[in-house]
Each structure stands twice: as structure tokens, then as C-alpha cells.
Design a protein around this ligand. Sequence first.
Ligand code: ZN
Length: 284
Amino acid sequence: MPELPEVETVRRTLNELVAGKRIRSVTVKLPRIIQRPAEPEQFADALAGRRIETVERRGKFLRIRLDGLVLVSHLRMEGRYGVFASDEPVELHTHVIFHFDDGTDLRYKDVRQFGTMHLFEPGREFELPPLNKLGIEPLEASFTLETLIGKLAKRSTKIKPLLLNQEHIVGLGNIYVDEALFQARIHPERTPDTLKPAEWKRLYESIRATLARAVDAGGSSIKSYVNGQGEMGMFQHQLLVYGRKDEPCPSCAKPIEKFTVGGRGTHICSRCQPIAKTRKTAAK
Ligand SMILES: [Zn+2]
């Protein structure tokens, strides 16, 4: 599943490839990708003749701004966009094709068919699903140590599922939560109400640093076929704990452990991320 850095990479690439292009017509081959409006014909009719202004991002959603409309697109597991010459053969699993008036197409391909597209009048997209309940953007200036503490500090449930919840902070998925908690030396089953000020500061800084590094690692590549998952591989060699079960901790050399937290595979160093002794005793 692409996370914020991967979607940001897709956004930058897509923006370079399609900003300024005018849509001549739209072909919807799999109606269920189109969630709003109800009928795919309405979707196609509304977009015909529109010019793409910019491609932006909100959480893991692409927000494609056109003159007079906004297209919100979620890639989910395996959605991809690619730009092709119109006369190139259409690949299998291509579900939506935006035909531009310059002889190229933007094609949306999605083997798993979980991706979604919603069309809105500008501004309305923030009042309705899927964008209306999204939390704060961790890479924007509005995400401060104080906002992080304000959102989570009183909670008494495990920190990892809270960080994964898109209603608090957007864009953090399983990989980057594990990485950020490791860097902050916080056990994923700690609860926010037990975190000390120094731990909040480390957590805040590690969320910012982990995401920013991943965006930088993925942000430089331009490909004709934009694949959120493919781009993820570029950052994988820099991951410290995720996917490294039994490998030595980069900090203390103790083998990385893997277990499940809130149903998600979780990687930690139990020496660098101890669960607080007081809580362990209390639980017994
Ligand atoms: Zn360690």
C-alpha cells in the first residue's frame, strides 16, 4: 500500500506529466472506480473540455485540480497512472482513460480494482467523504510538536494504531510508523498518556525526518509509468527496522523482533524501544 512519500512521488511526477493538458474525452471501462458522480457518463461529460491545472495531494489522496472541478483519486493497493500516446495499445486492467487533445492519454490501471475517483466542485471536496475526516498533514508547517501532543497526549490506547489512524495524522502507514517509533525509541504498545516530554519531541522529529527523507528519496525520479509501490523500493534500503526481522538493530545490534500490534505486523528493537517497566508491572 503506498504511503505518503510514495503518493507524494506520484503527485510530483503526475504534475510534471499532465499539468496544462486539456481533456478531450474520458473512457470509463470499469464503472465502480468512479464513486462520484453516480453515473460514469456524468463523470465523463463533466470532464470533457477541462484543462488540468495542478496535481496536489491530501493525505494519501491525489487531488487533481481542473478549471472548475476537482478530481480526488485514491490508488489504494495497486492503482497506477501512466501517460501514453493515444495510439499505443491499451494494457490489461486499464479502467479509466483520459484522452487529451494533444494526442496523449492519461491511463489509470489497477489490477486489484480497489482505487477510487470522486469529482467535486472546487472546495466541496473537503466537506464530503473521502477527504472530510482527514487529520493533519505531517509535512506541513501546521504540524508542530504542540499539535501532535494536543491530538494524542490524553489517549490511553496503544500509540501505533493511533499514528496509523488517518483522522489524527494523514499519510503515515505501517512502514513509516515502525520507522518513526524506532527512531524515537518508543515501544509501539506504549500509550500516549505515559510519554514524557523528551519522548514527544523525539517522536515529532522522527515522524518529520522519516517522511521527509522518504519523499526526497522518491521525489527525483520521473517515469512514464508512475507506480506508487515501485517507487517505494527506492527507500527500502534506507529502512532501519521495517522488514528486517532477525537482522541486527542498526543502533545496538540486538536482532530486530516482529510481532503484531492492532493486527499489523510490527518491527522493533526491544532494547532500544523498551516497554516502560512501571506499566509492565501494573499489567501483571
Ligand atoms: Zn537496538
